[in-house]
Design a protein around this ligand. Structure first.
Ligand code: AFP
Length: 294
């Protein structure tokens, strides 16, 4: 049976041609990134640059490359207003008159790049004009691409979650209406930092262990959340001493994932508050986060 392509899926799921064009452009770049990751060890594009981004992370060569590719792909789309990226200090205005803002972590899981392990691209799209500091509930589209043994796109247009596998240059629809399973065998957190967790996070950790859950942690949000999406369980990154406001970035890292998690029937909470309701006060704001079904 012939499978539905991403473009066919978009044709039947949105009438907004600008949005379709932006999604297609972003996913075309993800195909390029997937190919780059496949051959990076041969092409000497592994390794770090001399630069440190606004969040204090050393930029990897592929972080910078992925960011530049995304920017370039959006340049020709007049409807795009600005790009807000983990790799850029400020919102990068592409077209003053454009209305769509793109929020992205171009290559999530940088510490996994050099070891040929799982990484991802996260993106959110909002028709918010000159307003960049918006709560996640205003995202029109959220998605991520997981670069692993298969390259998989997970997407929501605000009406359920679908996923697509890259095959011979096309993203092909493989799952629709993804719902997080009620229960899961795993929990996912950087437990090496537990001595710095607050009492609430320690209690959660103790409860998960008492329930007999096993630990899985990859160090790339995209792959850890993909497990939650398909297998249930919990992923959390709480406050720690070194990151008192949490480590993960709200606008371009957490919000798109939170939107997907909620669309898949799950919960995304930050310090007792529904994450998608938080209005950020700065571009690279971080918050503590927990993703789960219940
Ligand atoms: P980047 O590779 O984009 O900087 O993101 C990595 C990350 O933000 C997220 O993907 C991981 O869940 C988290 O950091 C891992 O952090 P720790 O190394 O502190 O566990």
């Amino acid at each position: 049976m012939t499978k539905t392509t991403l473009k066919q899926f978009l044709q039947s799921h949105t009438k907004d041609t600008s949005l379709t064009q932006i999604i297609v452009s972003l996913t075309e770049v993800c195909k390029e990134i997937a190919e780059q990751l496949r051959t990076a060890p041969l092409d000497s594009i592994h390794g770090a640059t001399q630069n440190i981004n606004t969040s204090g992370d050393i930029q990897q060569k592929l972080d910078v490359l992925a960011n530049d590719q995304i920017r370039k792909s959006l340049e020709s789309i007049q409807e795009v207003h600005a790009l807000v990226s983990e790799e850029l200090p400020d919102a990068d205005i592409l077209h003053e008159a454009g209305e769509y803002n793109i929020y992205t972590d171009p290559l999530d899981g940088s510490s996994n790049i050099d070891i040929n392990w799982t990484t991802g691209t996260i993106f959110g799209i909002a028709k918010s004009g000159t307003e960049y500091l918006i709560p996640g509930e205003r995202l029109d589209v959220a998605g991520y691409v997981l670069y692993s043994s298969a390259c998989e796109l997970v997407l929501t247009l605000g009406n359920g979650v679908a996923s697509f596998i890259l095959d011979k240059g096309e993203f092909l629809l493989t799952r629709t209406n993804i719902l997080i399973p009620e229960d899961g065998r795993y929990y996912s957190v950087n437990e090496s930092k537990s001595a710095d967790f607050d009492d609430k996070s320690l209690a959660l950790l103790a409860q998960l262990k008492a329930e007999g859950k096993s630990l899985r942690y990859s160090g790339a949000l995209v792959s850890d959340i993909h497990r939650v999406l398909l297998k249930g369980g919990v992923h959390f990154y709480p406050r720690t001493k070194s990151h008192p406001e949490g480590k993960l970035r709200l606008l371009y890292e957490i919000n798109p994932i939170a939107k997907i998690v909620e669309e898949a029937g799950g919960r995304a909470y930050s310090a007792g508050k529904r994450t998608l309701l938080i209005t950020p006060t700065k571009l690279h704001e971080t918050v503590p986060i927990s993703f789960s079904k219940r």
